[in-house]
Design a protein around this ligand. Structure first.
Ligand code: MN3
Length: 201
């Protein structure tokens, strides 16, 4: 069985950038539903229920066709949100460190240029989806995915993900996605992302 992870901080901890009510709806409502629906979809296929969700997503072709889309959507939702919560912190650093900072500067010329490009991609994403900082063939990339599609299904390692579904910001920011993204940068847990990057080099 897949289980909903607890938030690594209190629901109000990311205030004022991400509000308590949104965190409740997002974690206890949306993420919980992905976990429930994933377990239901795989109920008749218990061999998949004790795998890591990333393993399930990497092997979707082996999932019976009649439940494959449901597993892709809800498994992606579970994986993506688990990464999202742990990528944030009320004690956030302003920027990455170590090899991550060095490689961001190498590829995007500066950390502020990286932020600009990431923000533009997130702003340009039509409808619901995610923007990622990820490692592909040992190189940093910015990627966007639609719906709950997850880069991990394509052998890409996401190290930071921004949820740009309206459910992630509508209660506080309504249609002002740009304000949400600007606020979100303030709670990105760069220490954690930098560590994750070093482990995946
Ligand atoms: Mn979401």
């Amino acid at each position: 069985m897949f289980t909903l992870p607890d938030l690594p901080y209190d629901y109000q901890a990311l205030e004022p950038f991400i509000d308590e009510q949104t965190m409740h709806v997002h974690h206890d409502g949306h993420h919980a539903a992905y976990v429930k629906n994933l377990n239901e979809a795989l109920a008749d296929y218990p061999e998949w229920l004790d795998k890591e969700v990333a393993e399930v997503l990497k092997n979707l072709v082996q999932i019976p066709e009649e439940i494959r889309i449901k597993v892709k959507n809800n498994g992606g939702g579970h994986f993506n949100h688990s990464l999202f919560w742990e990528s944030l912190s009320p004690q956030a650093e302003k920027e990455p460190s170590g090899s991550l900072l060095k490689d961001i500067e190498k590829i995007f010329s500066s950390f502020s240029d990286f932020k600009k490009e990431f923000t533009q991609k997130a702003m340009g994403l039509f409808g619901s989806g995610w923007t990622w900082l990820a490692v592909k063939n040992q190189k940093l990339i910015i990627q966007t995915t639609a719906n709950q599609d997850s880069p991990v299904a394509e052998e890409i390692i996401p190290i930071l993900g921004l949820d740009v579904w309206e459910h992630a910001y509508y209660l506080k920011y309504q249609n002002r996605r740009a304000e949400y993204i600007e606020a979100w940068w303030n709670v990105v847990n760069w220490r954690k992302i930098s560590d994750k990057y070093s482990q995946n080099l």
